[in-house]
Design a protein around this ligand. Structure first.
Ligand code: ADE
Length: 212
């Protein structure tokens, strides 16, 4: 691999654990941790938009990062996904705030979305809505679907905003943990370690990012 520095950021340590292990880093990280490991920096922000924005800002001010990968769980708002599916975010909506669609950083990923369709069809794509709430009700789920959302998290739009400010390429690999419905809490807890499947797609994603 060349000498590009790649930041891997997640809200919770458990979300990142399969990937850090895959990259031969054995220790369990904690919220607030920033660890340099070869060409990678691992950062655990904790949950929500403010935590995510603070952590990403801090890392980008301290390290010469070339590209950012966000690994995390997401609730499904669409019947096309099953628990454990890995989804690459194509568009973003902040459901309780404001973010512009299609920032320049996201536009740079368009070739990747085409590649996925052709070469990695098992890697899914989707429009992600972000907000500061864990969605666990049919009514909220429907209102997010009405905004065009196909999956939901609590950090990505904030990361996208900060990355846009710093003009850094970024990509989100989201693993479906629940259906953002009344059983979401239980399913989320059961699928906390579902990030395993990200490792399968990681080499391809990394190659795309470092060759940009
Ligand atoms: N991340 C994973 N599941 C979620 C949900 N149901 N709501 C918000 N963020 C999530």
């Amino acid at each position: 691999m060349d000498h590009k520095k790649i930041l891997i950021i997640s809200a919770m340590a458990e979300e990142m654990l399969p990937l850090t292990k895959y990259l031969s880093y054995e220790k369990l990280l904690s919220p607030g941790d920033i660890v340099e490991h070869g060409n990678f920096v691992f950062a655990v922000s904790w949950i929500g938009k403010v935590s995510a924005a603070m952590m990403l800002t801090k890392v980008l001010e301290q390290y010469a990062i070339d590209a950012i990968i966000n690994i995390g769980l997401a609730g499904s708002l669409s019947p096309q996904y099953e628990f454990g599916d890995v989804v690459v975010v194509t568009h973003t909506v902040e459901h309780d705030g404001f973010i512009e669609w299609d920032s320049e950083a996201q536009t740079r990923l368009y070739p990747l979305f085409d590649l996925i369709t052709v070469e990695h069809p098992e890697l899914k794509k989707g429009i992600l809505v972000t907000g500061d709430q864990f969605v666990a009700s049919g009514t909220t789920r429907e209102s997010l679907q009405a905004k065009g959302g196909q999956l939901v998290d609590m950090e990505w739009a904030a990361l996208a905003k900060v990355a846009h400010h710093y003009q850094k390429p970024l990509i989100a690999l989201k693993v479906i943990s629940d259906n953002a419905d009344e059983e979401a809490g239980e399913n989320f807890a059961n699928n906390l370690h579902a990030g395993e499947r990200v490792t399968k797609h990681f080499p391809f994603i990394l190659e795309f990012l470092i060759n940009q």
